[in-house]
Every structure is written in structure tokens, then in C-alpha cells.
Design a protein around this ligand. Structure first.
Ligand code: AR6
Length: 165
């Protein structure tokens, strides 16, 4: 098992599963979700998502990766930061990571890559989002065997992450 943080574009990751920072309706959105839909093939991914929607915040579901290098896409909806208290947001964000990791293991994935869920359109401050992500992933790895990569899009967030590791 391992945990790595890199700067880059998650759609390019050659791993068993990448995670989509989705909405509960599993509709194609902007941000990383839009990039994943475009790279996978929007029509076929939307058709697969429509069969699984809606999900609750913090839940995760899995589809094929279609045109992506990754075999699977795990779709999870993180919390909208301003919709609940800090404690509730933290619990829901943690659940999004843990439920994604669980579904990856259930589908025999040996590697998984995450974006920094909720830290864009959903408004979660990047420093807080990073701390929740790192803590949830590390906790899961204490008793599971899977290679995890956290893929950060912008350089400033990547630099911040070096301080937390
Ligand atoms: N690779 C890795 N990370 C990326 C990429 C990429 N290609 N593109 C953006 N990011 P966001 P959310 C980072 O807004 O806040 C969508 O419309 C970005 O810099 O994608 O969970 C969904 O459909 C940020 O740090 O997701 C939902 O409706 C992080 O990904 C809603 O937005 C997450 O930003 C979800 O909002």
C-alpha cells in the first residue's frame, strides 16, 4: 500500500480507478467532473450514471472508465461547504473518501486516484479539504492494501500539501 500526492490532471492517470467529484444527480458538471466526462466520452458516461442516480452526499458508485486510461470511475458527491456546519461538512467529506475507497477495494482495484473533492465549485477551503483528505486516506490505509494518489490540479495547493504530509 502507498499514498502519494502529485500535481496534475486526473483524467491522465493510469490507475485502476479515478474518483469523480460529482453532484448527487450524477449529471455532467464543470471542474474535474466536466473534464472526466469529456475525456471518458460524455454520452456513454452519462448513460451509465443515469442508471445509478441519484446518490446521497458522501455516497459512492462505480462505472466503467470508457475512454479513460483508468478502468473505472468512482463517482462520489462531496458536501457543499456552506450548506452545513463545519463538523457536518467534515464528516460528509470524510465519508466521500472512505466510501470511494471501499467500493474500489470491493471491485478489486489495486490503485485509485482522487481529486481534492469539494474544494472547487463546492467551496471547501483547500487547506481544510486537504487535511480531511489526507486523514481519511491514511486511516483507511492502516487496514487496507491499495495504492492511493491524490492528484492536485494547481501548484499552490500542491505546495500546501507538502506541509501537511
Ligand atoms: N484533475 C485534477 N483535479 C482537478 C481537475 C483535473 N483535471 N480539474 C479541476 N480539478 P471541482 P467540487 C480540481 O469544482 O468542488 C461539478 O460541476 C479543482 O482545482 O471540480 O467537488 C460537479 O458536477 C479542485 O481543487 O469539484 C459538481 O456539481 C478540485 O478538482 C461540483 O462541480 C475539485 O473541484 C462539485 O464541486
Amino acid at each position: 500500500m502507498s499514498f502519494t500526492i502529485v500535481q496534475g490532471d486526473i483524467t491522465k492517470m493510469k490507475v485502476d480507478a479515478i474518483v469523480n467529484a460529482a453532484n448527487t444527480e450524477l449529471r455532467m458538471g464543470g471542474g474535474v467532473c466536466g473534464a472526466i466526462f469529456k475525456a471518458a466520452g460524455a454520452a456513454q458516461l452519462q448513460a451509465a450514471c443515469d442508471k445509478l442516480a441519484p446518490i446521497k452526499t458522501g455516497e459512492a458508485v462505480i462505472t466503467p472508465g470508457f475512454g479513460l486510461p483508468a478502468r473505472f470511475i468512482i463517482h462520489t458527491a462531496g458536501p457543499v461547504y456552506h450548506h452545513c456546519s463545519k463538523e457536518q461538512s467534515e464528516q460528509l467529506l470524510r465519508a466521500a473518501y472512505i466510501n470511494s475507497l471501499k467500493i474500489a477495494v470491493e471491485n478489486n482495484c489495486e490503485s485509485i486516484a482522487f481529486p481534492l473533492i469539494s474544494s472547487g465549485i463546492y467551496g471547501y477551503p483547500k487547506d481544510e479539504a486537504l487535511q480531511v483528505a489526507i486523514s481519511a486516506i491514511k486511516d483507511f490505509l492502516t487496514d487496507h492494501d491499495i495504492h492511493v494518489t491524490l492528484v492536485l490540479f494547481d501548484k499552490s495547493t500542491y505546495i500546501m500539501s507538502r506541509e501537511y504530509l
